[in-house]
Ligand binder design. Structure first.
Ligand code: FMN
Length: 167
């Protein structure tokens, strides 16, 4: 039977949403049926064989949508495999944020779910999409802006997922 996989994401400025779409596309090439849906819009996990969840990092924390999602769908998530990714500048700005810290935070927010795969992707910092305050904050952090998403790394991670999710 064809596996059904849900790619669930949160995104303030759209870059995590685009990564979720790319993960979904890659999973489809393995023959799975994939839905890519915003975390807050998911009412049921019925019918899904696995979940991949992705959230951005803001001010040192992964978006709380992930822990709300885990709490809401706890029973189903306890019996199907889950993979997760965070998106932030940590991979390209280790001086500001460590990848290990983001991984730990994501692991904590997922509890009691233990993901079969977890990673941190470099995201995108677009000054045009930032508020005045956000520009000030990122300016103070002295972060270089730009699109740091590595589409090859994202696709490579997604290709490994079916084996890990056992779908
Ligand atoms: C105000 C602000 C704060 C941020 N704080 C962090 C941070 O603490 N750690 C990090 O790794 N990335 C941080 N980022 C980078 C975002 O995670 C990155 O831009 C990401 O791609 C945003 O995802 P989105 O477009 O889906 O909202 C921050 C970005 C902004 C605009």
């Amino acid at each position: 039977m064809t596996a059904r996989i849900l790619v669930a994401y949160a995104s303030r400025k759209g870059s995590t949403a685009e990564i979720a779409q790319a993960v979904g596309k890659e999973l489809e090439t393995t023959g799975a049926r994939v839905d890519v849906v915003e975390l807050g819009k998911i009412s049921t996990l019925a019918g899904y064989d696995a979940v991949v969840a992705g959230v951005p990092v803001y001010m040192g924390k992964v978006e709380k949508d992930i822990s709300k999602f885990v709490a809401k769908h706890r029973d189903r998530l306890a019996i199907i495999p889950v993979a997760a990714f965070a998106v932030g500048i940590a991979p390209v700005a280790p001086r500001i944020e460590s990848v290990e810290k983001v991984q730990e935070d994501l692991t904590t927010e997922l509890r009691p779910i233990k993901p079969v795969a977890l990673t941190v992707f470099a995201g995108k910092l677009d000054p045009e999409k930032m508020s005045f305050i956000e520009r000030k904050m990122t300016g103070l952090m002295n972060v270089t802006t730009g699109d740091f998403r590595n589409w090859n790394a994202i696709a490579a991670w997604a290709r490994e997922l079916p084996g890990k999710l056992k779908v």
